[in-house]
Design a binder for this molecule. Structure first.
Ligand code: GLC
Length: 725
């Protein structure tokens, strides 16, 4: 681990000299490698290789390589790339994903969903979470985490929105950057994924996304750019879909022009599992490592024979192959796996569960609390209804799902983490009479509600990789909420969802707590917030539409088509995602981006804005004007006087944000910077960012639809290159 006494560098192995920069070490290692050794690093296997690689012809994967792979991969993990023992280059042992180590043979600590921790609006939360799951990855023998999901919530129905950080590029870039920093603080590699514009699951492996360069740079790519600047992930995972006619994993514009040239990215591009469609096109298009081979359906595009043939013909240059290997080695040297090889270590699961619970307590969003029904005080009888609240809390499905310590509770194939809100409430309120009803029979639930002081009804919405979810609740849940609320007006809804949902009963209930997927101690976090032990401080990272008519597209492209069907989607909303879309269309969402209530109140004042370099420096004061200690989230938006003339995608953008923890009556001054890219537009012609001259309004509030304090500032014309080279 870090701080280990460095071994003296053997003179014949300069690449092991920790005093050299990683790029020099990578170059030296490549110079010492044979061709076959280089080819080991660019071709990775999935854990199915354990049983399947033997069936691959020996002239594709040599018998000795098969033996090595089978003998070294971590059973149940996502991927394995053989190293070069002769040179001290370790294997790459790859595990999913952003909520924890995913390995059905190794129980792990599940964080809340990434969407939930984005709701904390505090980068310290995903950073601590990343540090924890990265430590568990290292302790279980994994030196690469396939984490850092950051695709923007362009499509509110996207089945993987729970794995990502919402709809705004600044929030997502900040929070996912923090997660990656946390993971990599364990001296292992993290990815960032799925590059790029993989914003829906329907037909994800065949959908061709059409979107302008400017729209990409000002939305999906800006999130990646900010996160990569914040965290320098060792690897970028290219996506399944096509973007403007080219596969994500051979998209020369995205991989070579934007990522490796303009952003000067030094790490390596790995494929998503099964996302490679060629040898030469992919290698020259910017892919550095084919990952997850095995063995039946995907073709061994980067297996030794294929690469050797391409080298032989000159279709792939030796320089390009060396660059592929150097990038992989750069990450292995720069992020720690070479100098601090992973090895099994004890794990403090109790401490790690506490990290997950703290993350949830910072993230749950109090959406409504009429009459200050919450926190529960002096309540004698409580009905807890539905949501399998007696069994656990819901988690998302797919490659990010974690086999939790304590074992998952599987209900209708859905994973519930073993943290029942019912039990947690009983622990928090030992003197209250707390009864449970599963909510399957409306009359029974309503009867229990009627004879209780207060009702907590839990609704769930299961989301999964590989499919889209409508925003309607499934089953009888809407009817259940309506029936219970009718029987007892003191009804609180707790929502365990992968993202936004419609709430037809929103006017019938006084209190709503959005818990998203709250992680391995989610029940405790829910109970501690409902009982006031914790003051909620989450704010929505994703808008909640009021109805289907507010969505950018009525139908999800390709919905209902068999996987692999070629399809196209034109993202003509461009960069106007989420609250930006609602501003452009003048829609009023059900709940706005940035919304989040507290058991206390905060006041913002003394807003000042001044030019600072190409950006804007903003300062203001936030005061706790309520009766309870709490954390307020101040959001700074920015708007040109005429957003259409300025060429913006929408009237305003989130320019900065900060969370402040304050006792009643206390205040603090906050100083923030608005990044110049959030003031400009991207001009493809010259590959520049361009901030038009004029008056810009700085808006300060506690949600995107808040009554804002404002400050106007005049800025001159400014044009600068989008390339760091
Ligand atoms: C999946 C996912 C990706 C994951 C990989 C390995 O298909 O798209 O996020 O890391 O395969 O499991």
């Amino acid at each position: 681990m870090p701080g280990q006494a460095a071994q003296p560098t053997p003179p014949d192995r300069p690449w092991l000299n920790r005093d050299l920069p990683p790029e020099a070490r990578a170059r030296a290692a490549v110079a010492a490698m044979t061709l076959d050794e280089k080819l080991r690093l660019v071709f990775g296997f999935s854990d199915q290789a354990l049983t399947e690689v033997a069936k691959v012809p020996d002239d594709v994967v040599s018998p000795e390589l098969k033996t090595y792979v089978v003998g070294h991969l971590v059973k149940g993990s996502a991927g394995f790339v053989p190293g070069v023992p002769r040179l001290g280059i370790p294997d790459q042992t790859q595990t999913d994903a952003s909520m924890g180590v995913r390995n059905s043979f190794i129980p792990s600590t599940a964080l809340p969903s990434s969407l939930a921790t984005a709701a904390s609006f505090d980068p310290a939360v995903p950073r601590a979470g990343g540090a924890m799951i990265g430590a568990e990855a290292r302790a279980t023998g994994h030196n690469t985490m396939l984490s850092g999901g950051i695709n923007l919530a362009r499509e509110p129905r996207n089945g993987r929105n729970f794995e990502y950080a919402g709809e705004d590029p600044l929030l997502a870039g900040t929070m996912v950057g923090a997660l990656i920093n946390g993971i990599q603080s364990n001296r292992i590699i993290s990815t960032i994924k799925h590059y790029a514009v993989n914003d829906q699951e329907t037909l994800r492996t065949s959908l061709d996304v059409t979107i302008s360069a400017a729209a990409m740079r000002q939305s999906d790519l800006l999130a990646f750019e900010l996160a990569i600047e914040n965290s320098s992930p060792g690897s970028v995972m290219c996506s399944y879909n096509l973007i403007n006619g080219r596969w994500g994993c051979e998209n020369d514009y995205l991989l070579n022009t934007v990522l490796k040239h303009d952003w000067a990215y030094k790490g390596f591009v790995m494929s998503d599992w099964g996302a490679v469609h060629s040898t030469v096109g992919a290698a020259n298009g910017g892919l550095d490592q084919f990952t997850g081979f095995c063995c039946k359906d995907d073709k061994p595009w980067f297996a030794p024979p294929a690469i050797k043939a391409a080298l032989q013909s000159g279709a792939i240059s030796q320089t390009r192959l060396d660059d592929m290997v150097e990038r992989i080695l750069w990450a292995l040297f720069a992020k720690g796996p070479v100098d601090d090889p992973v090895k099994p270590m004890p794990i403090d699961y109790a401490a790690n569960a506490a990290v997950s619970q703290k993350a949830a307590e910072e993230s749950l969003v109090l959406l409504k609390n009429d009459g200050d029904l919450l926190p529960l005080r002096g309540v004698k009888s409580i009905a807890v209804i539905g949501g399998n609240a007696d069994k656990g809390v819901l988690a998302g499905a797919g490659s990010s799902d974690v086999t939790p310590v304590g074992g998952a509770v599987m209900i209708d194939t859905h994973t519930y983490l073993p943290s029942p809100p019912l039990d947690a409430l009983k622990r928090e309120l030992p003197r209250a009479r707390i009864s449970f009803d599963p909510g399957t029979d409306l009359a029974s639930a309503a009867a229990l509600a009627a004879r209780s002081d207060v009702v907590i009804v839990v609704v769930t919405r299961h989301n999964s990789e590989g499919s889209e979810a409508s925003l309607e609740m499934v089953g009888n849940q809407d009817a259940l909420v309506a029936a219970v609320a009718k029987a007892n007006p003191k009804t609180i809804v707790v929502a365990e969802t992968g993202g936004a949902i419609y709430m037809p009963w929103v006017g019938q209930v006084p209190a709503i707590l959005e818990a998203f997927y709250p992680g391995i101690r989610g029940g405790d976090a829910i109970a501690r917030i409902l009982t006031g032990k914790v003051n909620p401080s989450g704010h929505l990272p994703i808008s909640f539409p009021a109805s289907p008519g507010q969505l950018a597209r009525p139908e999800i492209a390709g919905l209902g088509q068999p996987d692999g069907t070629p399809a196209e989607v034109l993202y003509d909303e461009g960069a106007a995602i989420g609250y930006k879309w609602y501003d452009v269309k003048r829609y009023k969402p059900l709940f706005a981006f940035g919304r989040g209530l507290s058991y206390t109140r905060f006041a913002l004042s003394d807003l000042r804005a001044q030019p600072d370099g190409k950006g804007i420096k903003v300062s203001f004061s936030i005061r706790n004007v309520g009766k309870h200690a709490g954390k307020g989230v101040a959001q700074v938006y920015v708007a040109p006087a005429d957003w259409v003339k300025a060429g913006w995608e929408a009237p305003k953008r989130l320019g900065a944000f900060a969370k402040a923890s304050l006792k009643p009556g206390k205040a603090t001054q906050v100083d923030l910077m608005i990044d110049p890219r959030l003031l400009g537009t991207y001009e493809a012609a010259g590959n520049n960012w361009h901030r038009k001259p004029g008056t810009y309004r700085v808006l300060l509030g506690q949600s995107s639809d808040d009554q804002m304090r404002t400050a106007d500032i005049d800025l001159p014309d400014n044009l600068w290159s989008a390339s760091k080279q």
